[in-house]
Design a protein around this ligand. Sequence first.
Ligand code: BG6
Length: 488
Amino acid sequence: MFEKSATLILFGATGDLAHRMLFPSLYHLLCDGLLPEPFNILASGRSEMDDAAFRETIRKALATYLADEHHDEARVTAFLEKISYCAVSAGEQAHFDALAKRAKALGDGPIAVYLSTPPSLFAPTAQGLAAAGLVDAHTRIAMEKPIGKDLASSKVVNDAIGDLFDEEQIFRVDHYLGKETVQNLMALRFGNRLFEPLWNGGAIDHVQITVAETVGLEGRVSYYDGVGALKDMVQNHMLQILSIIAMEPPARMDSTSVRDEKVKALRSLRPMTPETVRTHSVRGQYRDGAVKGKIIAGYAEELGKDSDTETFVALKAHIDNWRWTGVPFYLRTGKCMPNRQSEILIQFKPVTHSIFRRNGYDRALEPNSLIIRLQPDENIRLCIMAKRPGLDRDGVKLQEVGLDVSLTHAFAGERRRIAYERLLLDLLEGDTTLFVRRDEVEAQWTWIDSITQSWQESGQQVVHYAAGTWGPSAGIALIERDGASWYD
Ligand code: BG6
């Protein structure tokens, strides 16, 4: 194990992510004795504030975002004592120098830096830290998504950070990798003998990955407009899930082996062209409707003007390698859908020959499917054919039944943690396995750029769907043309 970082410098500490996720996660880690001792958080934002005022904002955030059973006044106070605050504006070297002085006063162990700021500030912040003498071979730096807005801009960010840090010091965050359920995909595939021999185009007809959200813009309009579902969700979270489903078995569960295999799968994604994008993608935008009985204003209405940003996207992807030739991967994500539901469907092919189809009776068999639900509840369902009880005078009757495993029940009593708890701990301990390597980000952007460029060249517009539905009908047609249907 690497030496633990004893100081965390958090940029963007006044932001929403810090309040909702990062501080509550750090609080949990402290309560469970998982943080190094001593440990200090040096929080930074643009607003001028003293330590006491900042701690008060975090006290309020913890009161809002911690579950009641975890909220303990004495522990909150002990946690707040570990936090100090220093206002920094990117580009103001004197601010970084002042920050460095405070960081050095906290101790001289390795420092971890977390950038929860807009990506335009990543490079200037890292440069300010380096000029203030805060970067050495032991410093770790974590960056929230998005890394750039396309391949070219992601290279600029990665080059600037790479000038100051070696790759193993860089932790690109994709919070989906911190989710137990996403990590469990590897356990399912590589911890069981059962699935891997069938995990290829010989036995699998197609794969579906759905990440449906009930939320809409939630006040994030200034970030979201012009970005859209493809870059906000597919470029990172969904392609990470896809890479874990599609990758070859890594030799070991370590950061190099796992990420080597993921990047190979990502590089095998077939780029889209202005011709293929028409049949292989659908862009949608929600208009007014109702989600779970609540009236929702349309995207354009909330934005206050018309927009061509997609809040829904459905894609048919191909992975051009030996394992996956001929197996489409259908991806779908959207805001304001009827349910919050993230799941993966592995649709197997039919049996090669049915012995049940005889004497003029049609005993059609449903091909097997494996449904892995990641959110909100975690379960795995394998649909198999079983004989219906009976005397079978007119032939054996079969029916599809589910072999269900509720992981929530199987591990009842086990604590389910916030994805960021795991990621922050790995950052402090220097383990990059669950972070995204530069070549992965670039492979992701290469494929995404092929789609955005093809959309531009072919002039593909958003089609509207009512909030509270499963997206535009074109999204349903995208898969039904191939004789399959979305698993809802
Ligand atoms: C974020 C996206 O990365 O992930 C959001 O920017 C999205 O738009 C969120 O809502 C979804 O995360 P989760 O953990 O709620 O599935």
